[in-house]
Design a binder for this molecule. Sequence first.
Ligand code: FES
Length: 116
Amino acid sequence: MPNEVEIGPASELAPGTVKGAGPYAVGNADGERFAVTRRCRHLFADLANGSVDRAGCLVCPLHGARYDVRTGRMVVGPQGVFSKIPGFGSFLKALTVVLPLGRGRVVERDDTLYVE
Ligand code: FES
């Protein structure tokens, strides 16, 4: 199909997994597969190197910002030194209300996953 990105075998996207597929960070949050654009809204870290936390959020590998993968919005701002800057996390969270991560739809055909 045109405009589809192949992720790979469905068996390789187990719960808790995050990986890259073209412009997307794809993963599995408690059995829910997701695809979001892979650049963090903070300093553009590659979210494909991130992780899924116990709440099912995608965690940025660089400063720990957390994203709701269903909406693409940042729900927890950058951690470490950035968390000490007054209003900074709130600013980024508000930014992602207007500019959430892009989202794709993960589909499975013949045991292979794709992003539409
Ligand atoms: S680059 Fe993602 S939280 Fe800083």
